[in-house]
Design a protein around this ligand. Structure first.
Ligand code: HEC
Length: 268
């Protein structure tokens, strides 16, 4: 038992940033995981709306809002924010709010398709602190219930076309997966936002899909992004580990946001 606890502690340290490479392993996106992801994984992240956790017990949906889960910790100077003077905390909170306002996700999809027909769905994203953002196609705008689109009758025909902030096509992240690259989740890299100069990231991901079942079927885009790295107050330099987040690896500065749900009619 003691040995197990030690092993768990070591793995935790490895994850939480004991090593330079791992320090930004969720902050920084998921550079090493090339597979479909679902929003429930982002338990540390905060929500932007109550609907994202509709039906959750007690006041859980309210607690998950960024204005309750993240911003008050900054303003109260808790944990890593204690190193900031009150005026710097105000500045960080206002940069984070501005970044949130500038961060959007929308999806364009046809209203009607034929069973087996190939069609394109385009997701447009803005904001995100960078250096990476995560984007997925899911079947619901819900943190705990959304599942990857392929599980809901949408077959991803080929690798999505990923355009980064420079609107050039990116192949690196998907390229790390041998074999099939027709994933419903991707990381977009090279994203940069700076709330102090009002510069915001942008990206576009286009998926080619084929419906595998008839009927009216829902589809939405999920957007994972960070906020603190978009503020000069949100990061600091550690002599050994390099650039680190004020709120820390297990902080609540990540967000999970959804596009509107589109119900597509699949005709036989
Ligand atoms: C241990 C806490 C934690 C968990 C669990 C977590 N994240 Fe995060 N994640 C963060 C934090 C903190 C940030 C925000 C960085 C910032 O504020 O700039 C973040 C940011 C991100 C970003 C944007 C990258 C960046 O640096 O801004 C992506 C993409 C992301 N997370 C994906 C995921 C995915 C996918 C999962 C589930 C597999 C997940 N996260 C689970 C803590 C977590």
């Amino acid at each position: 038992m003691r040995f197990r606890s030690f092993v768990m502690f070591v793995s935790w340290v490895a994850c939480v940033g004991g090593f330079a490479d791992a320090a930004f392993a969720y902050p920084g996106g998921t550079p090493a995981f090339q597979t479909d992801a679902a929003p429930f994984c982002a338990s540390c992240h905060s929500s932007r709306s109550l609907e994202a956790l509709a039906g959750a017990p007690d006041d859980r949906a309210t607690k998950e809002l960024a204005e309750n889960k993240h911003i008050p910790l900054i303003l109260a100077g808790e944990g890593g924010y204690a190193k900031l003077a009150p005026a710097q905390r105000e500045e960080l909170a206002s940069h984070v709010r501005a970044l949130d306002q500038a961060s959007t996700v929308s999806m364009t999809a046809p209203a009607k398709v034929k069973l087996g027909e190939e069609f394109t769905v385009t997701v447009e994203l803005t904001g995100g602190a960078g250096p990476a953002i995560g984007v997925a196609l899911v079947d619901a705008a819900h943190r705990w219930q959304a599942r990857p689109a392929p599980g809901a009758g949408w077959f991803v025909v080929k690798p999505p076309t990923v355009l980064g902030q420079d609107f050039k096509e990116q192949l690196d992240w998907l390229g790390r997966r041998g074999g099939d690259r027709n994933l419903s989740f991707v990381n977009v890299t090279g994203i940069h936002s700076d709330a102090s100069t009002q510069e915001w990231g942008r990206a576009q991901v286009a998926w080619t899909l084929r419906a595998t079942a008839a009927g009216k079927r829902p589809l939405a885009a999920a957007y994972w992004y960070g906020t603190e790295k978009a503020s000069p107050q949100g990061v600091y330099e550690d002599p050994i580990r390099g650039k680190l987040l004020r709120g820390g690896f297990a902080g609540h500065s990540g967000r999970i946001l959804f596009s509107d749900v589109v119900v597509i009619e699949v005709t036989p």
